[in-house]
Design a protein around this ligand. Structure first.
Ligand code: MRU
Length: 350
């Protein structure tokens, strides 16, 4: 039985969405209430909610809120407006495929009920979005349990960014593996990269692991090679935002460096992600759109400038780790191994 985390960053209750405001953690724990889709879109863009599965399900709930807003329209108008709202939600963050996946899934579900009254369709959309939310937690527990099998006794697991309960509807993907492994073996521990520039590792990963009583040591992003050389890291497990058909995986900026350092030290590097993160419509990682984020994330820390005024900045939010650096992709259907073109194709045929 997997260790249950109580952290629920995205919850639909009736026709209201509750989000943990992740911009406030670790200083403050606050849930915000949202009842319209434009505020969901803003919460995704401003990263009150973040992490591929969490923005996916928030998007799904956003479609339900949009449907409620348009429920008095005649059916043709209803669907036209709903489609525009879906496009708007998807456009908020480009790299994580889960957002597009979940929004389109809800929209297609609505279309499959086109023969019903609009009010009935709206009710069904809310039920469907809630089902996706609960399924996400179940999927993460499966990922965790599948991944725990490859965690050696007493292992130190290095992770980057936050692929935890906070990045999903609960339990987490990479941190789901940690939770399931820790449930079996209380000597497992985590090293968390701080994850510049937004500090998801320092702010979010340490917070949620401490909440659940799992030992965690915070390191800065440049320290991984130092600890690997000393033999202090047994494996790396990170999440993903979009995985191409050949296994190339986009994740938070800095992941690629980590994978290279892991390769140099013979430390296995794993991705933990649901099948909904795999985008079989793209052949390789070269096709993944990388989000470019604001320069202030790099030039400022806690509102204070940390560099020369007017300096040039580039701030890609993600990078792509090539498939040859990845030992396995831990999914709800088991661990996919190279050749990923083959294993990914096969898992979608099952
Ligand atoms: O910019 P973020 O915080 O949304 O980036 C999150 C990540 O890169 C995560 O590792 C990824 O979404 C996987 S979450 C299970």
């Amino acid at each position: 039985m997997a260790l249950q985390s109580k952290i629920r960053p995205v919850e639909l209750v009736g026709q209201t969405v509750f989000l943990i405001d992740q911009t406030l953690i670790p200083y403050e724990y606050k849930k915000i209430e949202i009842d319209n889709y434009k505020d969901i879109a803003a919460a995704i863009k401003d990263m009150l909610v973040r992490g591929a599965p969490a923005i996916g399900i928030s998007g799904a709930h956003g479609v339900a809120l949009a449907a409620k807003e348009f429920q008095n329209l005649e059916k043709k108008e209803f669907f036209a407006n709903l489609k525009n709202a879906c496009d708007y939600l998807i456009s908020q963050r480009p790299t994580a495929v889960n957002l597009e996946w979940a929004v389109k899934k809800v929209y297609n579900y609505a279309l499959s009920n086109e023969d019903k009254d609009v009010s009935e369709i709206v009710g069904k959309i809310f039920e469907f979005a809630k089902k996706l939310e609960l399924e996400d937690i179940e999927i993460n527990i499966k990922i965790g349990d599948n991944g725990a099998a490859i965690v050696p006794k007493g292992a130190t697991i290095l992770t980057h960014c936050n692929a935890g309960a906070l990045a999903t509807c609960g339990y987490g993907t990479a941190l789901g593996v940690v939770r399931s492994a820790f449930e079996k073996d209380k000597t497992v521990q985590v090293f968390a990269d701080e994850t510049r520039p937004r500090q998801q590792g320092a702010r979010l990963t340490t917070w949620e692991l401490v909440e659940d009583g799992i030992p965690v040591t915070l390191i800065t992003d440049g320290m991984s090679g130092y600890f690997m050389k000393k033999g202090m890291i047994d494996l790396v497990v990170v999440g993903a935002d979009r995985i191409a058909a050949n296994g190339d995986a986009a994740n938070k900026i800095g992941t690629y460096n980590l994978a290279l350092v892991a390769k140099a030290h013979n430390v296995p590097f794993y991705i933990a992600a649901p099948l909904s993160t795999i985008d079989t419509s793209i052949k390789t990682g070269d096709e993944i759109v990388i989000e470019e984020r604001s320069h202030e994330e790099v030039t400022h820390i806690n509102g204070k400038t940390v560099c020369a005024k007017g300096v040039k900045v580039i701030n890609p939010g993600f990078d792509v780790t090539p498939n040859e650096l990845i030992a396995g992709i831990i999914t709800e259907k088991g661990i996919l191994r190279p050749d990923y073109n083959e294993s990914i194709k096969k898992v979608f045929e099952e």
